[in-house]
Design a protein around this ligand. Sequence first.
Ligand code: C2E
Ligand code: MG
Ligand code: MG
Length: 764
Amino acid sequence: MGLSTDNHAAFPKVLRNAVLAFMLGGSLAIGAYGVYSWQREQHEVRENLTILSSFLASASQSFFDSLGNGLVSLGHSLDKSRVLETPEVVRAELEAFQLRYPEVKAIAIFAADGKMLLNTAVAPNQPLPDLRIDPPYNRQLVADFNAPQRYVIGAPEYGKAIQRWRFALRHVVRGTGGEPRFLIQAAIPLEREGTFLHQLPAPANSIIGLLREDGYQQARWPISESQEVYGQPSKGPALRMIQEHPGIRTGFFSGMSLWPGNKGERIGAFTRLSNAKMYAYVSVPADHVWRRWWLHNQPVMIVSLVFLVLFGFMAYRITLRERYHRGELIDQSRRDALTGLPNRAAVEEAIQHCIKMAHSTRCQFTVLFLDIDRFKDVNDSYGHIIGDQLLVEITKLIQSVLRGGDMLARLGGDEFLIVLPTSDTEMTLQITQRLLQVFQKNLTVGEYSLRVTPSIGIALYPEHGEDVGTLLQHADTAMYEAKREGRNAFSFYAEQMGARVRQRVQLDGELREAIRLDAFHMLYQPVVELESGRIVGAEALVRWTKPDGEVVLPDQFIAAAEESGLILQLGEWVLRNVCGQIKRWSAEGVHVSIAVNISPRQFQDPDLVAKIEMALREFDLAPGVLELEITETAAMLDPESSMRIMGKLKALGISIAIDDFGTGYSSLAYLKRIPADKIKIDKTFVDGLNTDVDDNAIVHTILALAKLLEKNTVAEGVETEDQFNTLRGLGCKLAQGYLISRPVPPEAFMRLVQQNGGTALISA
Ligand code: C2E
Ligand code: MG
Ligand code: MG
C-alpha cells in the first residue's frame, strides 16, 4: 500500500513542479521582456527628445539668422531714406517687412540717443513710449547700441508698445565711421501661435523652449505665469545640467520641475544653438515613458499576463482535483469496499492514535474483536451475495449500539473490530451486553430472515497490551475463548487464554496431520429394541489415535475440526469408512443399518447429498443402510434450510435422526414438518429419569410428542436397569448406552450381533 500511495503522490508532485516551473519561467520571461522593452522605450523617448531639441535648435537658429539678416538689409534700405528726419516715411516699408516675418508683431526705430522715432504698433501721431526714462530698458538699449554683433537677441521683456511679453531682435545701423545712426528693433511676442516653432511635433504635455546661458528663458511654451517664467533666472534641471557641463552641445536631463503649472518629475533633452548663447530644449513628464511603454506593450503584456493567470488558475484547479482524487484513493484504500467501514490498516492507525492519547492522558480504552458465529454456514447455504448483504445489515446493527466517538472497522470476512475510546470496564460491559442483545432479533436479507450471533473478545488498554499488535492479538484470543465457551458470548482477555490459543493452533496442526496419516478409526455402539432386546443397528463414533498411542474422544477435537473446517474432510473419511465397513459386514451376510453423526458444518455443506450418493455408489450400497444424526441445535439454526436438506436426503432413501433432542429449542411448528424418522432423547434426561421429577416429565413429554408425530424414539446413555425398564414402560422403542454396550470396534460389534441372535435387523 505504501508503494501505491507513493505513486499517487508522485504524479501531483511532478505536475505541481512542472506548473510552478512554467509559471516561474513565464513570469521571468514576461519580466525580462518588460525590462527590455522599458529600456528600449526609454532609449527611444530620449532619442526622440534629442531629435526634437536639435530640430528646435536649428529651427530657432535659422529663424534668428533669417530675421537678423532681414534686419541688416532693412537697415541698409532705411539708411537711404530720411528716417531720422521724418520717420513716418518708412512705416509702409516696415509694415511690408512685417508681412514677410509674421512672427514679428512690431518694429521700432530708435535714434542714437535712445529716443523712439517710430513704432509700427503705435498709430501715427500717437505718443511713443520713452524707454530712456526706464533704467532697465535704457540700460539694455545702450548696451545693444554698443554691441559688436550684427544683431542682438534680447532677453524677454514686457513690450510697452505691444503691451505683452516679447523678446526683441535688434540691429544697429552705423555710419561710415562706425558711429551708431539708429537701431531697428523687431518685437516677437512670446506666444507659441504664430511663432517660428508652432508646428514642432512635440508630444502631449511637453514643454519646449529656449534657455539662455545666463539662465533666463528666451522663450517657453506653453506658458501661464509669464512674469515668473521670464522675470527671473531658471532653476530647473536643464540649466543645472548646462551649467555643470560648460560648452556642452547636446544632453539629456531629468528632475523636478518647479515651474508653476508644470511641477513634477520631468525628463528632457537640449541642444545648443550653433550661433547664439542659448539652448533649445524639449521636456516631457517622466511618466511619459511609462505611458508610451504601456501603449506599445499593452496587448503583449495583457495577453501574456492573462494567459499566465488563466494557466495558473487552471493548473491550480487541476492540482486541487488531483489532490482530491488522490485523497479519495487513499481513503478508498483505507476503507472496506462492502460496508464502507475503515479497514484493518485504518483501524490500526486509529488504535495507534488512541494509544498516544491514552498514554498522555493516562486513560483506558477498549478493543473489541467481534466474530460472527458460523458465518461460513450462511455463505455456504445462501451464497455470497446474501452473505454480503447480511454483513451490511450486521454493520448497521453494531453501529446502532455504538456511541459517537466509537470506531467500527471490518477486518475482513465476518470479523469486526470495535474501538471504544476512554472506556472503563463498566462501560465496556454495558456496550458488549447491548451488542449481544441486538443480535437476538432476526435480520431481514432479501427474502430471508436470518439470525446470527456474535462472539466478542475484549482487550483493555493498557492491561492487556500496550501496542497495537498485542491488543489485537489478545482481543482475538479472547474472542476464540468466547466461541469455545459456546458462542454468542463475550470474553475478556486473560493471561491463560494465550496458552489455550496455542494449544488450539497445535491441535489444528495435529488434526491436519492425523487426516493425512489416516489416524482415525470408528467404534460402533449397538442400538437395541427395548421390547425384544435385539440389536437393530449401531451408531458409528469416531476415535483418534495420537502418535503416542493415546486414543482421543471426539469431544476433544470435533469442535476444533468444525471451527477450522477440517470436519468436512474428516466427515468424508467417516462416511467412506462406515460404508466400507457395512459393505464388509454384508459380504459376511450381516445386513445392518449404521447411524453416522453429521456436524452442523457438514450439514450445511452444499455437496453433502452428492458426497453421500458417491460413497453409496462406491461401495454399492442401498441408501437404507445409512442413518444420519443431526443435533437438534444444528437443525434449528435455520429450520427452513434444514428441512430442505433433510428433504433431499429423505428423497435419496436415507433416514434421519434428531440427535441430543431436548437440549435445543425446537419449535413445535417445525418439529411437525421436519422429515426426520427418529428422535434421540439426550442422555442428560435419561440420567435423571428415576431421580429427577423434571427429567422424568420431559422424557414423558418427548415420548408423547414423538408418538403424536409418528417418529421413532431412541434413548441415549442408558446406564442402568432401572432406566431401561422405565423407558420400556413408557413406550420408548430403542435404546443405546453402556448398560447394553460401550462403543466397540467393528469385530466386537459383529460378535455382539451374533451373540444377540445371529442377525441384525435393518431398523424401520
Ligand atoms: P452423540 O452423537 O450424542 O453420541 C453419543 C455419545 O454418548 C458417545 O460419545 C458415546 O460414547 C456416549 N455414550 C453412549 N452411551 C453412554 C452411556 O451410557 N454413558 C455415557 N457416559 N456415555 C455414553 P462419544 O463417542 O465420545 O461422542 C461424543 C459426540 O461426538 C457424539 O455425541 C457426536 O456428537 C460426536 N461424534 C462422535 N463421532 C462423530 C463423527 O464421526 N462425526 C461427527 N460429526 N461427530 C461425531
Ligand atoms: Mg450421535
Ligand atoms: Mg447424542
